[in-house]
Design a protein around this ligand. Structure first.
Ligand SMILES: C[S@@+](CC[C@H](N)C(=O)[O-])C[C@H]1O[C@@H](n2cnc3c(N)ncnc32)[C@H](O)[C@@H]1O
Length: 294
């Protein structure tokens, strides 16, 4: 089949589930991954065919897309903050909203690190693929630690640190059990604690796309309706002790719970609690300052 024919097959076969433009993009991403061909290469060679083995891989990917499997899992890779990341069903696929949180931290930290004059000490809780920890380690002069409860996620995160040539210390730990975190003697005097913890309530399941619901890890996504902020409370309580005085706590948050999350964090004694929206106009991230004396 010609490349033109293959591209049309993506559009036709995915018509019911994805807009035409997205189906075409899926096709181009497959050509890039399996045939090392850019979009321009494909356009210039539209009447040629791929070698049989590559064509079979592209068609297999199409079959999997038809079952709503996310393209990132099919290809085993994605991009976050301009960096490559391996992904698999043990880790959440990094989202653009999280890039905005990373951007906020990097912009703030460049000023702080000048003031501090030494390496920043950063902890990412619920690291998943390692996207936040690794992007921060890549952009900042920082000693970075990252925690997750999932051993499989940590294995992927370690591979990603290697892939991106950064040093991050990955540790298995439970964010809901601060005593477990404090078992690590290094867990003190952080300049920054950041987390994008699970925050989707069961009642919001109806809003979640089937490709997310059926494929991404539920331990990374869901919290009980009656205790939706449990990660925020536990991590903030841990941060009251683990952050330096004037250290910063950053969260990605549930867009429907912005006010409640701010209230919780302010109620625990954090200062200057700031709520920010993402590019879609949803309440999405919070920064707070620790004024706790050590
Ligand atoms: C929303 S995902 C975020 C992943 C990644 N940081 C990102 O931004 O793409 C939440 C992560 O928290 C982890 N997690 C869930 N429960 C946890 C717990 N009790 N302690 C530590 N990590 C936990 C999940 O395994 C998952 O990797």
């Amino acid at each position: 089949m010609t490349l033109d024919g293959l591209r049309q097959r993506f559009v036709d076969d995915l018509r019911l589930d994805y807009p035409e433009e997205e189906a075409r993009n899926f096709f181009y991403r497959c050509c890039e991954s399996y045939a090392d061909m850019s979009r321009i290469d494909v356009s210039l060679n539209r009447n040629d065919s791929l070698p049989k083995e590559q064509e079979t891989r592209v068609l297999n990917a199409l079959d999997r897309l038809k079952t709503h499997e996310p393209l990132q899992y099919i290809l085993g890779e994605t991009e976050f903050y301009g960096l490559p990341f391996k992904v698999n069903p043990a880790v959440l696929i990094p989202r653009p909203e999280t890039e905005e949180l990373v951007e906020w931290i990097i912009n703030d930290s460049r000023q702080v690190s000048i003031a501090v004059g030494s390496k920043l000490k950063i902890l990412d809780i619920g690291t998943g693929s390692g996207c936040i920890a690794i992007s921060l380690a890549k952009s900042l002069d920082a000693e970075v630690f990252a925690v997750d409860i999932s051993a499989e996620a940590l294995q992927t995160a370690r591979q990603n640190a290697k892939l991106n040539e950064v040093e991050v210390t990955f540790i298995k730990g439970d964010a809901l059990n601060p005593e477990d975190l404090f078992k690590n003697s290094d867990f003190a005097e952080f300049d920054i604690v950041v987390s994008n913890p699970p925050y989707v309530r069961e009642l919001e399941k109806a809003e979640i796309q089937p490709n997310v619901l059926d494929n991404e890890p539920h331990t990374a996504l869901f919290v009980p309706d009656e205790d939706a902020l449990k990660f925020y409370k536990s991590i903030a309580e841990f941060a009251t002790k683990a952050l330096k005085k004037d250290g910063l706590l950053y969260y990605e948050i549930n867009q429907y719970l912005g006010v409640e999350t701010v209230r919780l964090i302010a109620g625990l004694g954090f200062a200057e609690v700031e709520l920010r929206k993402d590019i879609f106009g949803n309440d999405r991230m919070i920064k707070a300052v620790s004024r706790f004396e050590k």
